[in-house]
Design a protein around this ligand. Structure first.
Ligand code: ADP
Ligand code: MG
Length: 701
């Protein structure tokens, strides 16, 4: 007996080979297949007389009766098949070719001759023209039917167009869905059945919406159905978010902070620079938030190099001055280690205990025990780490401040898990990737935003060029001779990870023997052990190496002001925001820095994207372009880490539906704050399914 989670390979007509092709599209279960929605539609509701196609010179649908077939050989390699077809007025020939050089094997023409049975009918989507007094029709798509009374699947309707892949034809996907929709739509969890009609914009249940998204009667019906499905998707999200905020942020704050300056003054004296105006404003905003009775929920946005770390550190010291603990989570071990070193250095001579927690450090039992103990008994005041800091076993004595660096690299569930470490956390999220406010509100609810607009004075904008390898290397050598350092970055993209890594390592060997033989050069990549990575990073910072050849492990946050050059290989393979982050590794001092982009692509899209990089240094503008080109998923960190990607909903445009779902969620929770009532079980199950167990239900076992 099949259920909604069953693999689609058990469905009639699919089998393991096609199931494999489907899996490449992310479709594995019945659940996935039903909600594998079309990416576009084509209107084939109307058929026209053949005549219209000939004289209007455009593509369209016709319905014709099949006559005799004639096969002819034009040359050694080329044969044609003309199938006579009729409508009331015209007759013409539906023409197919066979080219023996083509990669398609088998006798396609014999096959066609067999299926185009004389006196049957066929729908054709294609074009027609007159050639030597004959009407010749070429088909882009066709469907043969026995008689005029048979309802076609691929014609006489709005047809769905799917994101297809090798091994799966549109027609096959459509057929699979038609059969599946008939038998299994009712299996799909149907929240909208339970939601009162007055809330349901189009009064459509999920089962109906699914059918209509695939096979709508009209484009408007398709859109209404999509909105109905989106309503369910957003309702799950908004309820989950409200639940977690109810549990966390809307509590009255326990902690109280007074500005004592016992640590803050000493810290300011330790800095060898003054805060910029924007930094002062940010610190001021944060201190006001922290001193208010409500917990802080603030996002600090500032371009790469704008000096967010010291702003966060000010907040941290305020917490510690008042006897609390604070933590910073960073997306990579390399960045966590760097924060640890930077902060330890700035706080030198101050009586503050800082601990670094990364999964590699937690590997030895003894060290792990010691670290966990020091968090629990409050000895560690600042905990710096990666997502290992949010593991369940990590407990704090009195954590009050959670700082999430490079927040876009964490998924929503990871962020919430971090907040569970404190009783009433003040939260500071930092990012160099700006997010439109409306979007931020959707995911985080009420959030305050502070922006650092200007970089510290004295830093000079990085000059960016699209160049050849030769040019990049010779310019780099000039910089190295001045005593500056350089990064050379290679992309490692998941699908071709092994090959990518191999070419990075090979290039490294070549570079160290060839171009850079007079310099000290090191290799850093994601497959290395964390200790190894950290050691290399530390040595690079100490100028023990001149050149660091790296994969994207250095993408975010790394701060080595003496580096003035970054070369990025295969730049076309990175997203714009990633390129901007990478470029932000240089230009961190008063020296002129350079970014050299090397691209092996000739595609127009790639060149257009790279020219944005060479023409602006403005992270906000770049993020905006990225948003336009790639959608909001990447910016929000929603494409990773278990945040549900929406199948019908669109975070950027469905503002009204999001608002509506927020209201429904509020009403449901007002009535049943922990979703304990029978009628809310389905909602609760769906939340658990999408958000794993990270959102906890207080009061539930
Ligand atoms: P990001 O905002 O990208 O995280 P960082 O916090 O790493 O930037 O800061 C970038 C560099 O700028 C660091 O080397 C930091 O010490 C330096 N810096 C921060 N604030 C100032 C300032 N007000 N004046 C001069 N340099 C600063
Ligand atoms: Mg940073």
């Amino acid at each position: 007996m099949l259920n909604i989670e069953s693999s689609i390979q058990y469905l009639k007509g699919i089998g393991s080979k096609r199931a494999y092709s489907f899996s490449k599209l992310g479709v594995n279960s019945l659940y996935d297949l039903l909600s594998f929605f079309p990416s576009a539609y084509q209107d084939r509701t109307r058929t026209v007389p053949v005549e219209n196609l000939i004289y209007n010179n455009h593509q369209g649908c016709i319905f014709v009766k099949i006559g005799n077939s004639y096969q002819k050989r034009l040359s050694a390699n080329l044969s044609i098949l003309d199938i006579e077809v009729f409508d009331n007025k015209f007759h013409g020939y539906l023409r197919f070719f066979r080219n023996n050089n083509s990669r398609f094997r088998g006798d396609i023409l014999s096959y066609l001759k067999k299926i185009f049975v004389k006196d049957y009918f066929t729908y054709i989507y294609g074009e027609a023209k007159e050639e030597y007094g004959k009407v010749i029709i070429t088909a882009i798509d066709y469907e043969i039917v026995k008689d005029e009374f048979t309802t076609p699947l691929h014609f006489k309707r709005i047809i769905p167009i799917y994101a297809a892949t090798e091994g799966l034809k549109q027609k096959f996907i459509r057929e699979s869905l038609k059969t599946t929709l008939n038998s299994y739509t009712d299996f799909y969890p149907d929240l909208l059945k339970i939601i009162p009609d007055s809330y349901n914009i189009h009064k459509m249940e999920i089962s109906a919406a699914i059918k209509k998204i695939h096979f709508p009667e009209s484009l408007q019906e398709a859109e209404f159905a999509r909105q109905s499905f989106a309503l369910q998707e957003f309702l799950i999200l908004e309820t989950a978010l409200l639940l977690s905020r109810n549990n966390l942020l809307q509590k009255n704050k326990i902690q109280e902070y007074k500005i004592k300056k016992t640590l803050l003054s000493a810290f300011k004296n330790n800095l060898d620079f003054e805060f910029t105006k924007d930094q002062k404003k940010a610190i001021n905003d944060i201190f006001l938030d922290m001193q208010s009775k409500k917990t802080m929920n603030r996002m600090l946005m500032g371009d790469v190099g704008s000096g967010k770390t010291v702003v966060a550190l000010s907040a941290i010291l305020l917490a510690i001055e008042n006897g609390y603990q604070a933590m910073i989570i960073a997306p990579t071990e390399v960045l966590a280690e760097q924060h640890y070193l930077t902060i330890s250095n700035i706080l030198k001579g101050l009586d503050v205990t800082i601990s670094l927690l990364t999964s590699s450090l937690l590997k030895t039992q003894k060290e792990k025990k010691r670290l966990l103990e020091s968090l629990k008994n409050g000895q560690t005041q600042i905990a710096i780490g990666t997502h290992s800091l949010i593991e369940d076993r990590i407990k704090f004595k009195n954590l009050s401040l959670v700082v999430i660096d490079e927040q876009h690299r964490f998924g929503v569930t990871q962020k919430f898990a971090a907040l569970y470490k404190a009783k009433s956390p003040d939260v500071l999220m930092m990012t160099a990737t700006p997010i439109p406010r409306a979007l931020a509100m959707t995911v985080y609810g009420e959030i305050d935003i502070t922006t650092i607009k200007h970089l510290p004075t004295g830093t000079i904008p990085v000059k960016t060029f699209l160049v050849t390898e030769e040019e990049a290397y010779s310019s780099t050598i000039k910089e190295l001779k001045k005593g500056n350092q350089a990064y050379i970055v290679y992309p490692i993209i998941e699908e071709s990870e092994k090959l990518d890594l191999k070419s990075a390592i090979q290039d490294f060997e070549k570079l160290s023997k060839d171009y850079f033989k007079d310099f000290k050069i090191a290799l850093l990549h994601g497959r290395m052990k964390p200790q190894e990575k950290n050691l290399i990073m530390r040595k690079f910072k100490n100028k023990e190496f001149d050149v660091l050849v790296a994969t994207t492990v250095i993408e975010v946050g790394i701060d080595v002001p003496n580096s003035t050059v970054i070369i990025i290989h295969n730049a076309e393979r990175f997203g714009l925001s990633a390129l901007h982050q990478l470029r932000g590794r240089v230009g961190r001092s008063t020296k002129q820095s350079y970014a050299y982009l090397i691209s092996s692509s000739n595609s127009q899209n790639a060149n257009e994207r790279l020219s944005i990089m060479t023409s602006t240094n403005d992270g906000f503008q770049i993020a905006q372009k990225d948003l336009e080109m790639r959608g909001p998923g990447e910016l929000m960190g929603t494409t990773q880490h278990g945040f549900p990607t929406f199948k019908a909903g669109n975070l950027a445009t469905d503002v009204d539906i999001i608002e509506l779902s927020k209201n429904i969620a509020k009403n449901i929770l007002k009535d049943d704050p922990h979703l304990l009532k029978q009628e809310n079980f389905l909602l609760k199950n769906l939340i658990t399914k999408h958000f794993s167990s990270k959102i906890k239900f207080i009061g539930v076992g």
